[in-house]
Design a protein around this ligand. Structure first.
Ligand code: KG4
Ligand code: ZN
Length: 333
């Protein structure tokens, strides 16, 4: 089954054609990062306008790269939630109009479910149940994927998402938005243990995170050092910050493994591109004899192929939209 999928929940407009939830026929992503960079973060109204300008061309590109016409497409999917409401509405309404004008089914897809489904594209033999650690710019959750469309949230962040913490600390250190990738490179050059920062693992709550305390501690340290004219050691700060994040993610995952008895962990979302997180989880998997599935970096950030993958399983489960399907800014999985 060929599904044409559209993603427009934040600052990437993307379109893809995916076969049977597992095979990418084509995938195009247009990032708006250069547009938002000068504001230090995503400006929602500007994002919506940029999606509006890009969506039609990207859908044509995805079909062309697939060597397909709309007649070869059996259903249209779009991200419906969560995300920036104006941005979501662009992809959703475009997808709905396309589907219903041609009498094809429309499938609304949850963005977080999409991030998890990126792993189906990268690991053909992967099937639920498994544990998923979703690390994105807006979400940080430990989820038991009981089935393709059945999820149990085991724990999540009480405040900021992991990506948000990376981006905010990066911003204070003068890195361009979004700073996660630069923090990753800076941390590789830093010496471990030069700074002591609080853990984002919530005490006495085995599956929960809180990134705001860590973020504030780093920012306070930067401000104090600046006031006292102590030179800021960007790589060392990036390293200590990252190590603190990594050890909390690993310890919470170990707890979740014990609790669920799952033998497989999927790491997904934009922050799972982080090289330090990837190597710490590779060691954990080896140490504990677990199966670790981390999609390639190209499928970690926002893309439409992951939406097309999840859409297939939503379709099989009967979760098809209607002409009155609407977008929603905040929704759990
Ligand atoms: O999943 P995503 O593309 O968008 C959302 O759904 O939010 O995640 C974007 C987040 C940003 O915060 C970005 O800084 C972060 O992923 N990110 C990284 C890395 N690459 C992207 N964070 C840490 N290390 C990276 N290498
Ligand atoms: Zn995302």
């Amino acid at each position: 089954m060929n599904i044409l999928a559209i993603e427009s929940s934040c600052d990437e407009t993307a379109a893809a054609v995916v076969a049977d939830g597992r095979r990418i026929i084509s995938s195009v992503v247009l990032s708006q990062i250069d547009i938002h960079k000068k504001y230090g973060g995503v400006v929602p109204e500007i994002a919506s306008r940029a999606h509006t300008e890009a969506v039609s061309g990207l859908v044509s590109d995805a079909l062309e790269q697939a060597g397909a016409t709309f007649a070869d497409i059996e259903a249209v999917a779009a991200t419906a939630q969560p995300g920036l409401i104006g941005a979501l509405l662009v992809g959703m309404n475009f997808g709905k109009a396309l589907a219903y004008s041609a009498g094809k089914p429309f499938i609304p897809v949850n963005h977080i479910r999409g991030h998890i489904a990126a792993s189906y594209l990268a690991f053909p033999s992967l099937e639920p149940p498994f544990l998923a650690l979703v690390l994105s710019g807006g979400h940080t959750s430990m989820i038991k994927v009981a089935d393709y469309t059945r999820f149990e949230v085991i724990g999540h962040t009480r405040d900021d998402a992991a990506g948000e913490a990376f981006d905010k600390v990066a911003r204070v250190m003068g890195m361009p938005y979004p700073g996660g990738k630069e923090m990753d490179s800076a941390a590789s050059l830093g010496t471990p243990g030069k700074y002591s920062f609080p853990s984002p693992a919530v005490k006495d709550s085995p599956f929960e995170f809180s990134f705001s305390g860590l973020k504030t501690a780093v920012i306070n340290r930067l401000n104090n050092d600046a006031q006292r004219k102590i030179p800021i050691q960007v790589p060392d700060i990036a390293r200590s910050f990252t190590d603190s994040v990594v050890s909390a993610l690993v310890s919470r995952s170990e707890n979740a493994f014990r609790y669920t008895g799952c033998g497989t962990l999927v790491l997904c979302g934009g922050v799972s591109a982080n090289s330090h997180i990837r190597s710490a989880f590779a060691s954990l998997a080896q140490r504990k004899g677990l199966r670790l599935c981390v999609p390639p970096v190209s499928l970690c950030g926002d893309n439409a192929a992951m939406i097309g993958a999840q859409a297939y399983y939503e379709f099989l489960a009967g979760n098809v939209g209607s002409i009155s399907s609407n977008a929603s800014a905040d929704a759990e999985i």
